[in-house]
Design a protein around this ligand. Structure first.
Ligand code: NDP
Ligand code: 8X3
Length: 253
């Protein structure tokens, strides 16, 4: 089989960065995306030094429909057959009761986690038509399964990702595209730093007294799903640290 290509959003940090490394080690060529182009260039160089793969960086904001469409339309010919789409870009902005929240934070989460995922999917799908093993991963969250205090809009966006994953599995059935939702629990990335608007100390307290998931744990699981036989579709995986049963029960030492 020719070398396959994976398109990964949110590859400048956390899960996306780890998934890029993992899929390069699995032999995939990559299209890595994010807004921080300096990081994309650096990670691209780092990965290509380690693995014999080709990488193309695309800098765009998933919230901006025309940026998404134009960036994907600008891909050079050798990157226009895509096998794997990883919809990972996203995050939480603010941690407030609904009555106290900043509505700009709501827009940021709804536009990124829901509409951004849809814009990217719509633009990438035509490039998956020739793939022999087309696969879409949507990164949800335990917040797609449980609503917790002050999670409100973030949880709503991840419930939407869960619903959209089910919708894609139905609508793309005849195109033979496998679709999997990966729903992680507590994982130490830049997620909490972003949620708490740059307050790294506050972000650290989220993981105090427990061993959180790492980005590599999620990359390993995604790679496992991808390497199951093509007649197998793992619909969803909910993955927490061993010290977390769900958002409400956490065993801190
Ligand atoms: P990070 O903050 O480390 O990474 C987020 C990534 O998303 C970055 O690469 C960022 O790139 C990208 N991104 C964010 N907004 C945009 C945007 N508007 N346009 C383009 N790219 C964007 O967090 P994680 O790796 O933890 O998060 C990845 C996904 O996993 C998110 O969807 C998050 O909700 C989800 N998740 C995280 C969990 C956790 O505990 N860490 C648990 C469950 C789910 P850049 O800023 O360069 O644009
Ligand atoms: C991130 C995990 O627990 O903050 O999606 O919702 S949590």
């Amino acid at each position: 089989m020719n070398q396959q290509t994976a398109f990964i959003t949110g590859a400048t940090s956390g899960f996306g960065q780890a998934i890029a490394h993992r899929l390069a080690s699995d032999g995939f060529n990559l299209i890595i995306c994010g807004r921080r182009s300096d990081r994309l260039e650096k990670y691209s160089d780092d990965i290509m030094k380690q693995y014999p793969v080709k990488i193309y960086s695309l800098t765009f904001d998933v919230k901006k429909k025309s940026e998404v469409t134009n960036s994907i339309a600008s891909l050079p010919a050798e990157f226009t057959k895509i096998d794997v789409l990883v919809n990972n870009a996203g995050g939480a902005h603010g941690f407030d009761l609904i009555q106290d929240a900043n509505t700009d934070d709501w827009d940021e989460m709804l536009d990124t986690n829901v509409k951004g995922l849809l814009y990217v999917t719509k633009a990438v799908l035509p490039l998956m038509n020739e793939s022999k093993n087309p696969y879409i991963f949507n990164i949800g969250s335990t917040a797609a399964k449980y609503v917790y205090e002050k999670g409100n809009i973030y949880c709503a966006t991840k419930f939407a990702v869960d619903a959209l994953t089910q919708a894609m599995r139905i609508d793309l059935l005849k195109k033979k595209i496998r679709v999997t939702a990966i729903h992680p629990g507590m994982a130490e990335t830049e997620f909490s730093i972003v949620r708490f608007k740059g307050d790294a100390e506050k972000a650290k307290t989220v993981y105090k007294g427990l061993q959180p998931l790492t980005a590599n744990d999620i990359a390993d699981v995604l790679s496992y799903c991808l390497h199951t036989p093509v007649h197998v579709n793992i619909n969803e995986l909910v993955i927490t640290p061993s010290a977390q049963a769900n958002p409400f029960y956490i065993n801190r030492m």
